[in-house]
Design a binder for this molecule. Structure first.
Ligand code: HOZ
Length: 424
């Protein structure tokens, strides 16, 4: 694969942008290569500045469930841009998107738009602390909720990728109130709440973990968390930044039938533009300023371009065949795992809806400790060889592959053909 232009851009980028990238994981450092720079994307394909067209399994880390540059979404953005890109005053489409989100997820009675998933989780934590009058929060080892200070203890995604346990610049007093338990471990959660329950404001959880690779909740786990939080008066907060409108149109909460107190969103609800949101029970959301006393604000929040992109995206998704896509992805990932096992590799995979992760290990994966045991060196070889053949995967073993409605049988077959040529 020719990467000359990407290499030139990356060298230049490193002069003016830390690490040459605007978000760490995409730098490809832990797989020991340099990033590809992208010129354009359409449907399930992404084209590098050197003209290599790749099948994309990153999907911008989640937003592109319809595929890139969907005609209806780009039309909505272009028309909105012609009417002005930011007003700093309310506009009608904010109301339409809020109504659509609340209708899709009944536990979300009110919603506040922000600009990223990180902003959403930070704001939801502040609200939970205000509502309960308590300071502590619980998250799982390897759970990632953006880069807000309080969440940066044993976080997944980029921190797991680069083995960063925490980060300088976060005061110890900020993470001292962050308590950790293993994912899928109700017993450990009960023990923790027995000790600290009276001080815990919230349990933050990605109902389907998507930032330590994809790890699925075991039967009864989410209901168990719901029951524990109710018992101790803590808020259950579902981080649906990845799962919202992806594991079903009604999110993970709709799919598993669990009502969280608050929910955070990002990615898909912005249709590929920068958006986050948090919402939940009206009695809690009415504490947000100016309705209430909990301050949170943003110049570009409810931005008309992003709202139009989100509204167009959800409008298409509500009529989309999620079950059909899930079936196709399941068949594909199973075949992919078979090909790799045929090469003598230990491979486990997880799959739900349009997400999957391959783990190079012989043991089933149910939490972060299991994920960490998977082979990083085999992953690196797999990633590099697949990229060379035009298959664009997340450059980290701690991420989730994202498939879109635009992926075709030909994409899946070409990916399987590429996998058949791998050498380990
Ligand atoms: N949550 C995304 C990865 N799991 C964010 C992508 C990024 O950090 O760039």
């Amino acid at each position: 694969m020719n990467t000359d232009k990407s290499n030139v851009l990356f060298t230049r980028a490193c002069e003016t942008i830390p690490g040459g990238v605007n978000s760490p994981v995409r730098a490809c450092r832990n797989v020991h290569c340099d990033p590809l720079f992208i010129a354009s994307a359409k449907g399930s394909h992404i084209t590098t500045v050197d003209g290599m067209e790749c099948i994309d399994f990153i999907g911008s880390w989640g937003p592109m469930l319809l595929g890139h540059a969907h005609d209806d979404v780009t039309k909505a953005i272009a028309e909105a841009a012609g009417r002005g890109t930011s007003y700093g005053a309310p506009c009608g489409v904010e109301v339409l998107l809020a109504e659509k989100v609340c209708k899709a997820l009944p536990a979300v009675e009110m919603v506040r738009m922000v600009n990223s998933g990180t902003e959403a989780t930070m704001s939801a934590l502040r609200l939970a602390r205000a509502v309960t009058g308590r300071d502590k929060m619980v998250k799982v080892f390897g759970g990632y909720h953006g880069h807000g200070d309080a969440f940066l203890a044993s976080a997944g995604s980029g921190l797991a990728t680069f083995s960063i346990p925490g980060t300088p610049g976060v005061p110890a007093c900020t993470v001292k109130d962050t308590l950790l338990v293993p994912y899928n471990d109700l017993e450990a959660t009960r023990v923790l709440f027995e000790k600290h329950g009276a001080d815990i404001a919230a349990f933050f959880i990605e109902p389907v973990a998507g930032n330590m690779g994809l790890v699925l909740p075991e039967e009864g786990y989410l209901q168990g968390l719901r029951d524990i939080c109710t018992q101790y008066g803590a808020l259950l907060i579902f981080d649906e930044v990845i799962t919202g409108f992806r594991v079903s149109y009604n999110g993970a909460q709709g799919r598993f039938g669990i009502e969280p107190d608050l929910t955070t969103f990002g990615k898909i609800i912005g249709g590929g533009l920068p958006v986050g949101a948090y919402g939940g029970k009206a009695e809690y959301m009415k504490r947000i300023a100016p309705a209430g006393d909990v301050y949170q604000a943003g110049t570009l929040s409810g931005n008309p371009l992003a709202m139009e992109a989100g509204l167009a995206t959800l409008g298409i998704l509500e009529k989309s065949d999620y079950a059909g896509l899930e079936k196709k992805v399941g068949t594909f990932v199973d075949a992919l795992a078979q090909v790799l096992r045929g090469k003598g590799l230990d491979v486990q995979y997880t799959h739900i809806a349009s997400m999957f992760t391959l783990f190079f290990t012989d043991k089933p994966v149910r939490n972060y400790a299991d994920v960490e045991k998977a082979s990083a060196s085999i992953f690196e070889s797999y990633y590099k060889q697949m990229r060379e053949m035009g298959i664009f995967l997340s450059p980290s073993a701690f991420e989730t592959a994202m498939v879109s409605f635009a992926h075709t049988d030909d994409d899946f077959n070409r990916t399987l053909d590429a996998a058949k040529k791998l050498k380990f």
